[in-house]
Design a binder for this molecule. Structure first.
Ligand code: PLP
Length: 468
């Protein structure tokens, strides 16, 4: 493809995407295809000769689009929403066009310096503690996912605990390092525990209270028991917004317990952290100045297309200590001067995309005010839906609504709740999913789509009424 052809086809593709966004509401939110259908529409073998771009775009319409679940649809309320605003898509396009690999400051100074700036901006917008700023002991980095952020937090905590398994390998149970998280923490914590070699026998699942928040007294008990048994309480992962119900763990009380054992505290605020853009919701971060690391996903609720997970540490030394390996071919004068950040030392892979561009475009396009408006609009819509459920004779709220997720069920129980949820999903206007907490089946309605307006929430209420 010549630059001239790229110009033509690129414009056609941008038009295609703009048309898609304009007409997205006409499509069923949830893909309706059967397993294997998409593959059955495509040739079994790769083409011998190159094909024109028009043919590919036609196949996108014919064979790919039926297999798409429309995450940017205003009726998408399953899981957590996924950002996809136009400025973020353009930022990603520019990143691809530049084709920059920003592993070292020297491999593209702008990629590193813009990332540092944008994460300082974001720290300011979320009112994060001063230690997370790049001019302090810590700093921020964009990871591909909250799962990766949690994994590197575990590795940094292990480094700070003085464990020597980086040198000697992990032998079964020998290090005695223990990880703590609430029983409702995201599955990525267990995955990180496995990958980092802590071993799931050394992951403590801490009981929660009536509102599904980690109980600091139970954490204190578990940590004390482990310490008494000669183990090393190493890291506590607090959830600010659990995946099932967005329960907010009490970070301050958790950090105070952890401090007694000099354990690292990592806060997983993948979805809910975005709520702290508005001052009236900053209570979710109470105690954050006592923690060691924190992650929020702009690719969830902050209008940024996947992937962009913002991760901060209060002290960058253990993180870099855990992850820095310096072969000769990466040596360069800038790194050796100590005056630059090399983000390869802050993450698992060596290579890294120029993700800061899309976040920069988002923050500049919407402005702080636009981002706050978006959060307030979603919180208001959530309140509206929560209020509707509370006023209904057929449905009941099943968990406290803390940010932009409502959990509810049919008063008739699981069977009725499933029937209603499946009927809504089959209808194509909205997509809901479910969870089970403490044995109770709940339908989840996440409200964080850029295009979701009051009329969509009112229509959902109407549908639920009709199906009751
Ligand atoms: C609380 C929480 N943590 C972590 C994750 C995983 O996020 P990622 O896909 O960025 O790894 C999720 C995903 O929904 C989540 O809700």
């Amino acid at each position: 493809m010549t630059p001239e052809e790229f110009r033509t086809q690129g414009k056609a593709l941008v038009d295609w995407i703009a048309d898609y966004w304009e007409t997205i509401e006409e499509r069923p939110v949830l893909s309706q295809v059967e397993p294997g259908w998409v593959r059955s529409q495509l040739p079994e073998h790769p083409p011998e000769q190159g094909e024109p771009f028009e043919a590919m775009l036609a196949d996108v319409d014919r064979a790919i689009m039926p297999g798409i679940t429309h995450w940017q649809h205003p009726g998408f309320h399953a899981y957590f929403n996924s950002g996809g605003s136009a400025p973020s898509v353009l930022g990603d396009l520019l990143s691809s066009g530049l084709g920059v690999q920003g592993m070292l400051w020297a491999t593209s100074p702008a990629a590193t310096e813009l990332e540092t700036l944008v994460l300082d901006w974001l720290a300011e917008l979320l009112s994060l503690p001063a230690a997370f700023r790049s001019d302090s002991t810590g700093g921020g980095v964009i990871q591909d996912s909250a799962s990766s952020a949690t994994l590197v937090a575990l590795l940094a905590a292990r480094e700070r605990a003085g464990d020597d398994s980086n040198a000697h390998g992990v032998r079964q149970g020998e290090s005695g390092l223990v990880v703590y998280a609430s029983e409702h923490a995201h599955s990525s914590i267990e995955k990180a525990v496995r990958i980092a070699g802590f071993g799931t026998d050394f992951l403590r699942s801490i009981p929660t209270d009536q509102e599904h928040r980690m109980r600091p007294d139970a954490l204190a008990e578990a940590m004390a028991a482990d310490a008494a048994a000669g183990l090393v309480p190493t890291i506590v992962v607090a959830s600010v917004g659990t995946t099932s119900t967005t329960a907010i763990d009490p970070v301050r009380a958790i950090a105070e317990v952890a401090a007694e054992h000099d354990a690292w505290v990592h806060v997983d605020a993948a979805l809910a952290g975005t709520a702290a853009l508005v001052p009236e919701h900053r209570w979710i971060h109470d105690g954050l100045e006592l923690v060691d690391s924190y992650v929020v996903n702009p690719h969830k609720w902050m209008l940024t297309t996947f992937d962009a997970s913002a991760f901060w540490v209060a002290d960058r030394a253990p993180l870099i200590g855990a992850l820095s390996v310096l072969p000769e071919y990466l040596r360069n004068a800038a790194s050796e001067s100590g005056a630059v950040i090399d983000y390869r030392d802050w993450q698992i892979p060596l290579g890294r995309r120029f993700r800061a561009l899309k976040l920069w475009f988002v923050i500049r396009s919407f402005g702080a005010e636009g981002l706050r408006d978006m959060v307030r609009r979603h919180l208001d819509l959530t309140d509206r839906f929560d209020g509707w459920v509370r006023g209904s004779d057929s449905y009941m709220i099943t968990a406290p609504t803390t940010v932009n997720l409502v959990c509810f069920r049919h008063v008739g129980g699981e069977g009725e709740s499933r029937r209603v949820m499946e009927a809504v999903n089959a209808g194509g206007e909205a997509y809901l999913n479910h969870t089970v907490v403490g044995g109770e089946f709940m339908v989840r309605v996440s409200i964080g789509g850029e295009r979701t307006e009051q009329r969509h929430i009112d229509r959902l209420c109407q549908l639920l009424d009709e199906l009751a």
